[in-house]
Ligand binder design. Sequence first.
Ligand code: GLN
Length: 447
Amino acid sequence: QSVFSRIDAVEEKVHAYITLMRQPALEEANIADQRIRAGEIKALTGIPIALKDIYCTQGVRTTCGSRILEHFVPPYDATVVVKLREAGAIFTGKTNMDEFAMGSSTETSYYGVTRNPWDLERIPGGSSGGSAAAVAADECIAALGSDTGGSIRQPAALCGVVGMKPTYGRVSRFGLVAFASSLDQIGPFTKDVEDCAILMNVIAGHDPRESTSVPVDVPDYRDYLNRGVDGWTVGIPREYFVGGIDPEVRAAVEQAIKTVEGLGAKCREISLPHTDYCVAVYYIIAPAEASSNLARYDGVKYGFRAAECRDLLDMYKKTRSAGFGAEVKRRIMLGTYALSSGYYDAYYKKASQVRGLIKRDFDEALKDCDVILTPTTTTPAFKVGEKMDDPIGMYLSDIFTISANLAGIPGISLPCGYSHKGLPIGMQFVAGHFEEGKLLQISSAYE
Ligand code: GLN
């Protein structure tokens, strides 16, 4: 009830949610209350959690921020939804997002813009901006998002909360609406590092229904908290501190480096030589995979269908023309172009090869470092509308986060300061495959 009264007080301004689940949530809260009185307490009993509107939720519409799924009500739950529910969580609702998770500002949603709770004139980041804003504005206790190129870490940084993208394959994507299948990962938004560990304990692990989820044991992530980082080596990639980075972000991250040294870790400069290619590689691979994944929205199987169609082809055309927004169409065009015969070798194949080099950079660097520290974003939150007519500028919002998705490695963003306008600034740690524990260990020491 307290979360819903907070939602009633601020949601009109923030617009973090697309769909609220008030009635079922309050009913489940009563049941949780009885369980707690009976001493039956699980990891998340009674904890109000928000879900990005990209997870299938049985009986609750799942729009993915798109008109084309406006009336889509999935007949099943995503694995993460099942796991959270089994751990006792209560769902407050489905949060706003960029359409099909394509964007960095939550402005491409068909359901309107989400505002940054720290400054309502500004964007909360994206694509999981609704989840980040909901946590920052106390409209839930924690939330889930998805991260294909930065969509958890970037909004976490801009909203002053903790956000983790786990290793590719650590969390099942079953029931996650696909954007770019080789990059997508699910992860938590929380108010602190301990909550992040608790949520990771619940959502991580192999799922027989998802073939890229990896059968690697899940540790108790809370074991990594409060252990310190004495004797650790932290890599600072020189390519992440060049032009284009806001001086206040740079200063906050440099201060964070000093703090980490104060904890007993050795920080040393490293090089990730293929950093310059990350954004270009991502914007071939992600749209290519998206163009294929989005082929299923044809007016037949899901949600929206255009009226008055002459024949099948006309229906496809009209449905997709009216159902998708401008950014999604841009990606589909880029992606089909990169995959078309004659261009595949020059674009998609080349990008995949360079992706291998980017991954190798991290493998090499992480031989000598426990973790790598970078800024999460180049600037604090920008103004609503500022980059809507500048797709390249928008794409560059993820310049520091995209590489972890290309390499498949885990990353976490946590708050490390404020700009002079009082806007939150985030820093990022990345580690080797399945080393989420290390990220939590250093983040908890820093926090
Ligand atoms: N902003 C990036 C994009 O638009 C990443 C989005 C994401 O991680 N889902 O593709």
